[in-house]
Design a protein. Sequence first.
Length: 237
Amino acid sequence: MATISENIQQLHGRIERACLQASRPVHSVTLLVVTKTFPATDVREAFEAGERRFGENYVQEGVDKIEALADLRDCVEWHLIGPLQSNKTRVVAERFDWVHSVDRLKIAQRLAEQRPAALPPLDICLQVNISGEASKSGLAPAEVAEVARAVAALPRLRLRGLMAIPEPAATLEAQRVPHRALAGLLATLNRDLGLAMDTLSMGMSADMDAAILEGATMVRVGSAIFGARTRPTSPEG
Ligand SMILES: *Cc1c(COP(=O)(O)O)cnc(C)c1O
């Protein structure tokens, strides 16, 4: 079995090839290493292989790993990518660097109130239900403008962009469709609202190449690095 470090090296090769195909600079795509269900020792291995950004789905599991890896805290970023309930916003505002899964204004308002003044602003992405799946969380595309305008005006937060978990699709061409839609939405919002959002958080192990072809700036990858998750979990958490 390949080691975590070998998988990471391979993954950077895959990112480079997709960037080359898209005529994009390699450094325009950031790898967010998704560590949910994997132990802190695996995260440390990814750190030792050069990774500095880690994504967790569950607040408590994330906080446990942040604590287990407290010695790395100053040189890594922790991103919350899973659903966030209002009763968990305080610990997130205090412990994380990014939240990708903001899907209503109330959550952003609480994060803004609770972000400690001593910390830099919390980086925020709005989650969009880009495939229109009834079971999925995320704002409907038509709702995003109103929420984006309000979130951009909140203190202690920095609205960085949009995040999506598109419906799985079998072919590269089919995978590109929702990613293209999210990229189009970001461009429209920046133009219409005068915003400068710079982050398209899209692409996972199975559809990362399609996401990069459509402009992803941050890909969120777990199983291609750590192997299959044994604890059952959906991409939503
Ligand atoms: C689990 C998860 C990922 C990573 O998925 P893989 O298929 O393991 O690469 C990315 N984004 C979110 C929101 C997730 O929950």
